[in-house]
Design a protein around this ligand. Structure first.
Ligand SMILES: Nc1ncnc2c1ncn2[C@@H]1O[C@H](COP(=O)(O)OP(=O)(O)O)[C@@H](O)[C@H]1O
Ligand SMILES: [Mg+2]
Length: 414
């Protein structure tokens, strides 16, 4: 048994596993982006016109793809590098990356643009229109162009009114400005989320679509190998461990293809190896890390076993809509319709609105669902419902199986 002083001393004296832990943090921007070179090229070609038609054109590109496919890191890297390439050509260009999940309103987004440009704008008393004028005049006076990335744009579309989306996207009609200075990249989890918008705005946004596929295990392997080299001490992560993580998440092996989760798992496995005084990060550490990371999800799955038939049907309806609409947030009206369709199929009397609301509330308290109010859109305010767990094939099977069980023996839940 080592004494306590020795334990603390060895913990303090630096890591045998990690070299630079910060390389594994989600906000770290790596110097290489394996398997996204083609996307950088596509972005460059989409924005090439900007240079040949300087001031005459405004470019709009939609980047879409599931979580963890590198949309954020790739657009950021593209934007910043493009900016410096243009600088070499004597063109002043700013790259502004905004997150619509953090800045949820048009006003806050506008303020964020101003602050990225280091533009002092009075905090109070300005309308969004006035603030945008100031931003535009500033760009005009200094002959600056800007690419603005609206990351997590799905949130903005869901939470804002049509007018706000319209304002942001059709800026130039509002300003009737001669020189076109602002171009956009809209980053979305699913481009179908703009299907609720007016045709006119949609066409305006959807000129170029660049899709990011979920990563395969071989692709994840290359991404992880880079991180291993930068973050870990030499030779502490064996090939086998790397492949093991890559295969847990690779889309070709039934995984989500999510690089963020793969990197998070690598980090946690490294920490577990360190705690256990292991000289190597082994597949067994990966297994433990994987189950820790997915623990929350599995606890919720336990809760689901106790649900009665009708809440299960509600979950089934949510899954159907999630698959069909490719969106996480479902308006309650739509959910009710899908729910009652399934009830009809099953020969079940659908519960009434108030009862459905009760079930939703209960499942929210159980942590299975999240609810929030939509912004004021064309159809007024409504409650949006989303699942807190990812809709995996296993999750779907579980719900269907539980539903069948309840239907078969009509047993009261235990
Ligand atoms: N091709 C890649 N090469 C290196 N790291 C990547 C790559 N793709 C994604 N990552 C990393 O995976 C994590 C998730 O990527 P991110 O850009 O946030 O995905 P998204 O925005 O699509 O959800 C980040 O830590 C990012 O640096
Ligand atoms: Mg992102």
């Amino acid at each position: 048994m080592p004494n306590i002083e020795d334990i603390i001393e060895s913990g303090l004296s630096g890591s045998n596993i990690f070299k630079r832990l910060e390389v594994l943090a989600p906000e770290h921007v790596p110097s290489r982006l394996p398997h996204r070179e083609e996307k950088i090229k596509e972005l460059t070609l989409a924005f090439r016109d900007l240079l040949s038609n300087l001031g005459l054109t405004s470019i709009r590109v939609v980047v879409s793809g599931p979580t963890g496919t590198g949309k954020t890191v790739t657009t950021k890297t593209f934007g910043n590098t493009f900016k410096s390439r243009l600088k070499d050509r004597g063109v002043k260009m700013e790259y502004i990356h905004l997150n619509c999940h953090k800045q949820r309103t048009l006003y806050l987004l506008t303020m964020e643009i101003a602050s990225s440009l280091k533009l002092p704008i009075p905090v109070r008393g300005l309308s969004t229109q006035e603030a945008f004028r100031i931003i535009h005049d500033y760009l005009e006076k200094r002959n600056i162009y800007a690419i603005i990335t609206l990351d997590e744009f799905d949130y903005f579309v869901n939470a804002s009114s049509q007018e706000d989306v319209y304002f942001l996207v059709r800026l130039y009609d509002e300003l009737s400005s001669a020189t076109r200075r602002i171009s956009y990249i809209f980053v979305m989890r699913d481009e179908q989320n703009i299907s609720t918008l007016d045709r006119g705005i949609r066409d305006h946004i959807m000129r170029n679509l660049i899709y990011f596929n979920p990563y395969t295990s071989l692709e994840l392997r290359d991404i992880l190998a880079d991180r291993v080299e930068d973050a870990f001490q030499p030779n502490v992560v064996p090939e086998e461990t790397l492949n093991f993580i890559a295969e847990l998440y690779g889309s070709d092996k039934g995984g989500s293809g999510n690089a963020r989760l793969a990197i998070e798992t690598l980090e946690m496995a490294g920490k577990l190896a360190e705690v256990k005084n292991s000289a190597l990060v082994l597949p067994e550490h990966v297994k433990e890390a994987f189950s820790k990371i997915n623990k929350e999800a599995s606890e919720i799955v336990d809760e689901i076993s106790y649900l009665e038939l009708h809440p299960l049907i509600i979950l089934k309806a949510l899954i159907n809509l999630h698959n069909r609409l490719k969106t996480d947030s479902i308006p309650i009206g739509r959910l009710e319709k899908e729910y009652s369709d399934i009830c009809t199929e099953l020969g079940e009397e659908p519960r009434r609105h108030t009862q459905i609301y009760e079930y939703v509330k209960r499942m929210r308290l159980m942590g299975i669902l999240e609810t929030r109010q939509s912004g004021r859109g064309m159809r007024g305010r409504t409650t949006l419902i989303s699942l807190t767990v990812p809709v995996t094939p296993e999750f779907e099977t579980l719900i269907t199986k539980k539903m069948r069980m309840r239907l078969d023996n009509r047993e009261e839940p235990v």
